[in-house]
Design a protein around this ligand. Structure first.
Ligand code: HEM
Length: 422
């Protein structure tokens, strides 16, 4: 790539920053698989379509996460999974995985239901409610309790705002260096301050746990216990917990809101959900919401070893992004792609088509595939079931506009009128 960019690439960058979702559509129509955007440190390529996602899926070894996210390390901590590669990443991942298996996550579902029910307690028939903020707070509290235990939730004053500040900076930064990290950037400065507050809070929790007789059964307890005699250092545990909190709550809450938005938008589906879905039906709803509104709308990669994709040469250091959001709405893959249709995932339906692995990637692909996928999926199901069982509501938000790229959420929230409390 040359250093000078045409006005066209700068204009495309502006369009992408303002509305990445329709811009990706246009870029794919106009340029095919690869589009180049921006200039200098804000230069990157967008790789779209099935050929691109199949290539990225099959060639994880050509990319470096450490290089892609190194600028975020002051926020995530140097040993967060997302900012490490190779043997270091494998070791960390081996020690974190046991804390988030489906069996472990099951212990935490009661907390999810309880926090969601608390959030709904104040809603009464006739109320107009934007359900996204209270459900987000409830998801945060449930994640916090799963990581650190119930008493920690009572000690968590301030944490919610700090995490929000960190999330905002990371989401703004997803295309690599798109925010100015100099002293002029308020977003970045606030996020760094928030990170040190969260760090102090987590260190205090670890210390407190050290004074107890047993490590406990929450995620912190499992990390402290270690695997077959091996254990993360306290600093590594701190980095994992900060990033689990950060990566987990915002995405899961956004995904839950999209699921409610989609289901409430179709009265027939909502009535059926309120009556109680069987496990397969619930699965199909969650999967379909993840297809249409994947909370992580784009994923970035930095090239470690050069290659050619769709006739375009990539050299080490190039940044590229690909998009679950775009892939999940390709008309060549999904009949009626814009329609929320849980039935398309029913093997007994004539609309069923099993997607290839690169066609459905809500949790990413390769060695860094989301380690919280079990937690997210099971928590969303528990939360959705709790909401559908307790309230009936009329959806007032039409055409919800997505905002944010790694925690893609409804920009103006999801407003409903509560019609019944059960
Ligand atoms: C619906 C909710 C969620 C979505 C859509 C989501 C999506 C993703 C995606 C796309 C990646 C990157 C994969 C890649 O680069 O290929 C990722 C990584 C990650 N996620 Fe999630 N995630 C969700 C929930 C969670 C939860 C609940 C947790 C923790 C409790 C979590 C923790 C992480 C971590 C630590 C990583 C980095 C893994 C690594 O680098 O090895 N996520 N997630």
């Amino acid at each position: 790539m040359t250093a000078t960019r045409s006005p066209r690439e700068m204009a495309d960058l502006q369009d992408f920053s303002a509305d990445p979702f329709t811009t990706m559509d246009r870029l794919y129509r106009e340029n095919g698989a690869i589009s180049e955007l921006g200039a200098g440190p804000m230069r990157f390529r967008v790789a779209l379509g099935t050929e691109a996602s199949a290539f990225i899926l099959a060639n994880s070894d050509l990319f470096s996460w450490e290089a892609a996210f190194t600028a975020l390390a002051p926020l995530t901590g140097p040993s967060a999974l997302l900012v490490t590669d190779g043997d270091r990443h494998r070791r960390l991942r081996r020690l974190v995985t046991p804390a988030l298996t489906a069996r472990r996550v099951e212990h935490h579902l009661g907390a999810v239901t309880r926090h969601i029910e608390d959030a709904m307690a104040e809603w009464a028939p006739g109320d107009l409610v934007d359900i996204h903020p209270p459900l987000r707070r409830a998801t945060r509290a449930a994640t916090l309790e799963s990581l650190f235990g119930a008493p920690a939730v009572d000690r968590s004053e301030g944490l919610d705002d700090w995490l929000h500040d960190i999330h905002r900076a990371i989401d703004t930064d997803v295309v690599g260096g798109s925010i100015d990290r100099g002293s002029g950037s308020r977003v970045w400065r606030r996020a760094l301050l928030a990170r040190s507050s969260v760090h102090r809070w987590v260190v205090a929790e670890i210390r407190r746990r050290g004074e107890q007789d047993t490590p406990g059964d929450d995620v912190l307890g499992v990390l402290l216990r270690g695997v077959e005699g091996a254990r993360l250092t306290d600093d590594e545990i701190t980095d994992q917990l900060v990033s689990l909190l950060e990566a987990g709550a915002e995405t899961t809450a956004a995904q839950l809101s999209w699921l409610l938005y989609c289901t409430l938008g179709d009265r027939r589906l909502w009535v059926r959900a309120a009556a109680g879905l069987d496990p397969a039906g619930l699965d199909r709803h969650v999967t379909e919401a993840m297809r249409l509104y994947p909370a992580t709308a784009v994923i970035s990669r930095k090239v470690a070893t050069g290659f050619t994709l769709a006739g375009t040469e990539f050299v080490p250091g190039d940044l590229l992004i690909f998009s679950p959001f775009h892939t999940h709405r390709l008309a060549s893959v999904w009949p009626e792609p814009q329609r929320f249709d849980p039935g398309r995932w029913d093997p007994g339906s004539e609309r069923y088509r099993r997607p290839a692995p690169h066609e459905f990637v809500p949790f990413g692909v390769g060695p860094h595939r989301c380690i919280g996928a079990n937690f997210a999926t099971m928590a969303i199901k528990a939360a959705f079931t709790a909401v559908a069982a307790r309230i009936d509501a009329e959806l007032l938000t039409t055409e919800a506009r997505p905002a944010g790229l790694i925690g893609m959420h409804p920009a103006e929230g999801i407003t409903v009128r509560i019609t019944e409390k059960r």
